[in-house]
Design a protein around this ligand. Structure first.
Ligand code: SF4
Ligand code: SF4
Length: 439
């Protein structure tokens, strides 16, 4: 089968060899767990517990507030000791539920083995909502909202994103290898909820073992295809994936549902399986801990709310005795991740990786004048002119940003990666988007 691809994109060194063969290992939680009430796009959840309350794993601690929001559950058993602002991995202080772990790991939900194929779409969506499932590829959009599109936007195709094109990260790769049934059944559950006939699982061709493993779980009558993607960044971006897999083009300013498609991450499908089949809410996730500054890179299954410094300790600590530069610890991948300035920030629902990079690996360097080389334009998968967007950000020029279609930018960072003048293009685009959101 021909490999699917898209225009533009870049080929950063993938650095995946350090963790791609490592089995997922469970780690215990820390004594104190910090669960921010904003771990998703949309309204902050409302706490339903108070200091002094005893909780068990899976107990609801905050309920979704408004249409676009998500429930949050306890990831350990113990006592709620505070509800107060704590540092979030976004860099902001966010109201959080703090739990003192009692070390007993008592489960508060009943384990089930449900026959999902007997469930109605309504029942599936209600379970997904109850389980607090959000997009786990990093987008963190509440999944129950995605599974209930407007009636005039029928979905006929569901694409599971297993491309995992960001360097270093192998958490989705290991998930597909170790829990293929959850991924495939999770996709079938999504298809049932949306009444969609076609399912695709998109995987980059450098994960041949995952492609073979997933294919083995797909029956001939399943209407599901594994699509092999070329190794190119950002292969996993939603609109490029839709174009590459279905040949449908999402018009400027429109959404996947406008072309009858829903895209979810493979980890989201697995979490949907957990709540629909086993009644397990979203309380943990797989996190790749890697980068040249990490002594023993790992793929961990991590309870939400543990601090990132603890994960680094569990991975053997840092290779260097020197304190890391502030921009060398990243939540997520090196292209789209968020630099961390404190190791106290917690792992949350969107945390697929934690990287500690050496100076050599980290993107560093001073900006110089634009060479007008056009490399950023060639690299942009969205057909934008990144240098124009950069200039609009520098000048805080709203009109210029809109003229250059800033809302179509997916913040993939491909332009920044190729720029020989080391211009911080995507950072200025983010600044400009933030300015626009306040206008
Ligand atoms: S302008 Fe946006 S979409 Fe285009 S390469 Fe840069 S970050 Fe990616
Ligand atoms: S890649 Fe960098 S130097 Fe080249 S045109 Fe774009 S901003 Fe200018």
């Amino acid at each position: 089968m021909p490999k699917i691809s898209f225009k533009g994109g870049v080929h950063p060194k993938d650095h995946k060899h350090t963790t791609r063969y490592l089995h997922i290992t469970n780690i215990p939680a820390t004594k104190e767990i910090v669960l921010p009430l904003s771990q998703h796009i949309g309204g902050r959840s409302n706490p339903v517990v108070k200091p002094g309350d005893e909780v068990k794993i899976g107990d609801l601690i905050a309920e979704s507030a408004g249409v676009v929001s998500a429930n949050i559950h306890a990831s350990v058993s113990g006592k709620v000791i505070a509800i107060e602002p704590r540092l979030h991995n976004s860099g902001y202080n966010v109201e959080s539920v703090v739990i003192e772990n009692d070390g007993k790991y008592t489960i508060g939900y009943t384990k089930e083995d449900n026959k999902w194929s007997d469930m109605s779409a309504h029942d599936i969506i209600e379970r997904v909502k109850r389980g607090g499932i959000v997009g786990m590829g990093g987008a963190t959009f509440p999944t129950h909202v995605k599974l209930a599109p407007p009636k005039d936007k029928p979905i006929d195709s569901v694409i599971l994103n297993g491309a995992e094109c960001e360097p270093y990260i192998t958490s989705d790769h290991r998930l597909m290898l170790e829990f293929p049934e959850k991924v495939v059944v999770g996709l079938k559950i999504i298809m049932r909820a949306l009444n969609a006939n076609n399912g695709y699982i998109a995987i980059e061709e450098n994960k041949r073992d995952a492609i073979d493993t997933i294919k083995a779980y797909i029956a001939p009558e399943d209407n599901i295809k594994v699509v092999t993607c070329a190794v190119k960044y950002p292969q996993g971006a939603e609109k490029t994936l839709i174009k590459a897999a279905t040949k449908r083009l999402v018009p400027h300013g429109r959404l996947p549902m406008d072309v009858g498609v829903c895209v979810d991450n493979v980890a989201t499908a697995s979490a949907i399986y957990d709540i629909v089949v086993n009644n397990k809410p979203l309380v943990d996730r797989i996190v790749t801990v890697a980068g040249g500054a990490i002594k023993t890179p790992k793929n961990f299954c991590v309870p939400f709310g543990v601090p990132i410094g603890y994960l680094i300790e569990q991975a053997g600590g840092l290779n260097t005795a020197d304190e890391l530069a502030a921009n060398s610890v990243i939540m997520g991948g090196p292209m789209m991740g968020v630099a961390q300035f404190s190791l106290d920030a917690p792992i949350t629902k969107g945390s697929n990786a934690l990287l500690a990079l050496t100076d050599e690996e980290a993107f560093k360097g001073s900006e110089t004048a634009c060479l007008r080389c056009g490399k950023c334009i060639e690299a942009c998968p969205m057909n934008l002119q990144p240098i124009r967007l950069y200039e609009s950000g520098k000048l805080r020029d709203v009109g210029r940003a809109r003229d250059a279609s800033i809302t179509d930018c997916i913040e993939c960072g491909a332009c920044t990666f190729v720029c020989p003048a080391k211009k911080h293009i995507v950072q200025y685009i983010r600044v400009m988007k933030s300015v626009l959101s306040k206008n």
